[in-house]
Design a protein around this ligand. Structure first.
Ligand SMILES: Cc1cc2nc3c(=O)[nH]c(=O)nc-3n(C[C@H](O)[C@H](O)[C@H](O)COP(=O)(O)OP(=O)(O)OC[C@H]3O[C@@H](n4cnc5c(N)ncnc54)[C@H](O)[C@@H]3O)c2cc1C
Length: 327
């Protein structure tokens, strides 16, 4: 009797609300803890993770600089995803370099200088010629190392099987869980949750194409003004990034924008096979939300990863789990 009470007191019940990429990474990390019982609420609403390309890229932005916390988060993400792969026998991580064709000789020169800097040395190389005839790149390009992509749909599908006994396929009703530890991983839906709606969100819509390119053959993810990612089926081309239009639908403008950019460097004919869109849970200052609610204690948010969930989520989810002091 005494023993039962003792065990019951030691076990912490944690509710994960939302089972997209972030909720799944959280479930894997919590599953490593001994005295934690997790329940996952997943209502099958629109999920950004299901349309994402899954790319992780350490050199990003208009100015192409090393991304925030790259030195910490890139080794971390590779280690965590590889650990999940090994522990569960599921394979979703693709370490694939990115090839960025240079616009002109000035850009080539700029990167020649940059690639000699200590800060960038391990991360980039100058390539004089692409490995494929599909891409127009007379000035060569930049090869970005430590990049790649996570097959998120496969990851989510496998996570669903692994945690099937923990999942409740329903909307989370906070009234039934007062006093429990609730971790909200609701993606863009959190911007409508009364607990979190006043945070500085800046959601944005992304549209993305699956195309079939004739005789497409490269070992790189190609990235100029849009990327081309070879997936298991077709090539994925994306993405648009607009925060003024959040209407949940595909637009002709979005498709035209992607095609126009693609045609500036793709030499081969292609056919569009599928078009998708999603709403990215982005924030005004481009930093994620990872904290406990100020007044409603035991309610945590982990969200706001914008276009970088694949690279940022492992590190920040792990920080949150550490803060929960579960050992
Ligand atoms: C076109 C496009 C391309 C992208 N490409 C990349 C990329 O290459 N690399 C990258 O890192 N990121 C990319 N992103 C961004 C990435 O998709 C998101 O940052 C990430 O998927 C967010 O994951 P999440 O788990 O926070 O949210 P989501 O994937 O949206 O998951 C939230 C889940 O919570 C559930 N849910 C919500 N509220 C409740 C509730 N109250 N009760 C129960 N369930 C609930 C929903 O059903 C949903 O499944 C892209 C996004 C788009 C739109």
């Amino acid at each position: 009797m005494f023993f039962c009470t003792f065990v019951a007191r030691m076990t912490k019940k944690i509710n994960i609300i939302g089972f997209g990429l972030v909720g799944s990474v959280l479930a894997f990390l919590l599953a490593k803890k001994k005295n934690v019982q997790i329940t996952i609420f997943e209502a099958d609403l629109a999920s950004s993770s299901k349309v994402a390309a899954g790319i992780f890229n350490p050199i990003t932005g208009k100015r192409m600089v090393k991304t925030w916390l790259a030195d910490e988060i890139f080794p971390f993400l590779l280690q965590l995803y590889s650990e999940i792969e090994a522990d569960y026998g599921i394979y979703f991580l693709h370490k694939t370099p990115i090839f960025k064709p240079f616009h002109d000789l000035a850009e080539q020169n700029y990167w020649m200088g940059k690639s000699a800097e200590i800060e960038y040395k391990n991360w980039i190389e100058i390539i004089s010629k692409s490995d494929t005839t599909n891409i127009d790149c007379p000035n060569g390009g930049l090869k970005i190392n430590h990049s790649g992509w996570v097959d998120i749909n496969l990851f989510l599908e496998k996570s669903k099987q692994i945690f099937k006994d923990n999942i409740k396929s329903e909307l989370f009703d906070p009234k039934n869980h007062i006093g429990e530890i609730n971790i909200f991983c609701e993606g863009a839906h959190a911007a409508q949750n009364p607990l979190w709606k006043d945070l500085a969100w800046q959601l944005n819509k992304g549209e993305i194409l699956d195309v079939e390119i004739e005789d497409y053959n490269t070992n790189y993810i190609v990235n100029k003004s849009v990327f081309i990612l070879q997936t298991n089926h077709y090539q994925r081309v994306g993405s648009t990034y607009h925060h003024h239009d959040l209407e949940p639908k595909i637009t002709q403008n979005g498709i035209a924008e992607l095609e126009e950019k693609l045609k500036t460097f793709l030499k081969s004919p292609y056919q569009i096979k599928d078009i998708k869109f999603g709403i990215r849970p982005a924030t005004k200052d481009r930093r994620p939300f990872v904290f406990e609610h100020e007044t409603q204690k035991n309610n945590f948010i982990i969200n706001g990863f914008g276009s970088k969930a694949v690279s940022l989520a492992p590190y920040f989810v792990s920080q949150l789990v550490e803060k929960l002091n579960l050992d």
